[in-house]
Design a protein. Structure first.
Length: 555
């Protein structure tokens, strides 16, 4: 297969992906995502259904004022309704008002949906397809026709399903996209049916006098959306529709973050500009952040763990030749190799991790085995450093006597008061938490208190209040996430608790860990180390800036 064979990527994150349960995108969210997809080099971006809701109308208006640079913005709409003409159906007016070159229309392929869903005749459905495409074509629009429920329709009534495509082609569509809307078709069926459709389309195109290309739209209800899309491409489909991170209703759509690298890196198709493919991982993570959905850390290609190596033998091999345990180079999709620290680690993991922290350590160093042993002991106690690399760096620096002492937290108290307790404790919301901390910075001892909406918030606020006069950069530190896990629940309220705390300074993120049978104690440890690590990073940055500043000329 020639390397230059083009597969057109059609992103429907803003419409189909927005149907994910629990996902709600504002106009600003949609604009940010569309700009990110445009920078990534995605050729088609489906923006939504203008007319279905005011938000989508405003979204298209905003992009008329500031058009995308690379991508074609595409509105989505159904064929006209039964009993109307396309010219008089108000559903199509906002589509024209969107002023886009391309329009995606969907129509019914499955006779069940025609008679049960639309409650009309099979002939009227064909007329709806023909009239809608012809009308929009006369308005100088290029048409992508989504054949909804195509594969179920084909299996139920092959002749009628094919007739819907013939009518669409005769009416002037440029694309036919076969949709596995219920997500129940398997790759071998996709391959066979797409091949049959491709052959059937040839005489219809000749009669219509224009070329029509074939596309695929798959859902993941059987866990095969990506495999189905690849199978369709191998049988001639030149467009794949999907979403970033596989967002979508029920089990989601074909995940473009998996599909694009497989097509481009493994099969040689031209999907994105090669210099923009490295933007895939950043795009995946930014869009998950905008969508306020936790990223899948184990997602192929773009997940945090996609190129993570944990076992000591694996790490040793990867250090010699990454091909031993990596199927592609991480940076080609914008990801990076990670060496995971855990109780399964060997010296190779520790040494590699130390080097990533900028610390010099080798097997002969007396601290090397000490760190490894302490790591295994702490993880046996319930610590987890895989997700808390900041805590592990502090552990290494402690062993190397390179851990700065910014402050000494000498003690703390947390007091939780609930006022006007009703008989129904679940209805109680009138409570306050006060944390008091005793901190020593150099020779100065500071005793301060602060309130918060919980013990962790109160502790964090009290520490900041005590330290910010000494370390003004702390105002940029923000606690962004707090995770608690009970490690040995069978011991009841005496169970050990592991706390992971995420911080950011607006530019970097870091995570620290604390473990104790007392959840407040575990939280205190994680929060304290988080602030300490932030101060460490800030001091390193200040030192680097000082070194890079040229000295003034002598006078």
């Amino acid at each position: 297969m020639p390397q230059s064979e083009k597969v057109w990527i059609y992103d429907t994150t803003l419409r189909d992906g927005a149907q994910t349960e629990g996902l709600s995108l504002s106009i600003e969210d949609k604009l940010k995502i569309s700009l990110q997809l445009d920078r990534l080099g995605v050729p088609f971006i489906e923006g939504g259904w203008p007319g279905a809701n005011p938000k989508d109308i405003q979204f298209f208006q905003r992009l008329q004022e500031n058009p995308l640079q690379q991508a074609e913005l595409v509105p989505f709409c159904s064929t006209r309704r039964p009993g109307l003409t396309a010219a008089e159906d108000p559903l199509l007016r906002p589509i024209l008002a969107a002023q886009t070159r391309w329009v995606t229309l969907f129509g019914k392929s499955w006779d069940l949906h025609v008679t049960t869903g639309l409650k009309t005749t099979l002939d009227e459905n064909l007329a709806m397809i023909a009239d809608s495409i012809s009308y929009l074509s006369r308005q100088d629009r290029c048409i992508i026709y989504d054949a909804e429920h195509w594969f179920d329709g084909y299996k139920n009534n092959r002749a009628y399903a094919l007739e819907t495509l013939r009518v669409a082609i005769a009416s002037g569509t440029q694309w036919i996209v076969l949709c596995d809307t219920n997500g129940g078709t398997l790759p071998h069926e996709i391959s066979s049916i797409v091949d049959e459709v491709s052959q059937a389309m040839q005489p219809w195109q000749e009669k219509a006098g224009h070329d029509v290309q074939l596309g695929i739209h798959t859902h993941n209800d059987s866990g095969t959306a990506v495999a189905n899309a690849i199978a369709a491409v191998q049988q001639g489909a030149a467009m794949v529709q999907g979403t970033i991170n596989g967002y979508g209703e029920r089990c989601g759509n074909a995940n473009l973050c998996t599909l694009i690298p497989n097509l481009q890196l493994k099969l040689g198709y031209d999907c994105l500009p090669p210099d923009q493919l490295s933007g895939l991982t950043p795009a995946s993570r930014l869009i998950s952040e905008i969508a306020n959905l936790a990223p899948d850390e184990h997602a192929p290609f773009v997940g945090l763990s996609a190129f993570a190596h944990k076992g000591g033998i694996h790490v040793s091999a990867v250090q010699k030749d990454p091909r031993t345990y990596e199927h592609v180079t991480p940076d080609v999709v914008g990801n990076r190799r990670r060496i995971v620290i855990s109780d399964q680690a060997g010296l190779s993991n520790v040494l590699e991790k130390a080097s990533l922290f900028g610390l010099t350590l080798d097997k002969a160093h007396p601290a090397s085995r000490q760190i490894l042993q302490e790591l295994k002991t702490l993880e046996h106690q319930g610590y987890q450093f895989e997700a808390a690399e900041a805590s592990f760096e502090l552990l290494i620096r402690q062993a190397l006597d390179q851990r700065p002492s910014f402050f000494d937290l000498q003690g703390f108290d947390v007091l939780c008061r609930t006022h006007d307790v009703p008989q129904n404790y679940a209805a109680c919301s009138n409570s306050s938490v006060l944390a008091t901390v005793s901190v020593k910075v150099g020779d100065q001892r500071i005793l301060t208190a602060a309130e918060g909406n919980g013990p962790v918030s109160a502790l964090d606020s009290a520490l900041r209040k005590a330290l910010v006069a000494f370390y003004p950069a702390m105002v940029e530190f923000h606690l962004t996430d707090y995770k608690v896990r009970i490690l040995d629940g069978h011991t009841g309220t005496s169970a050990k608790t592991r706390v992971l705390v995420d911080f950011t300074n607006g530019h970097q993120r870091w995570t620290t860990v604390g473990v104790s049978t007392n959840i407040i104690q575990a939280s205190y440890q994680a929060v304290t180390e988080g602030i300490e690590y932030g101060l460490l990073r800030q001091s390193q940055q200040a030192e680097a800036e000082l070194k890079s500043t040229p000295l003034p000329l002598a006078t």
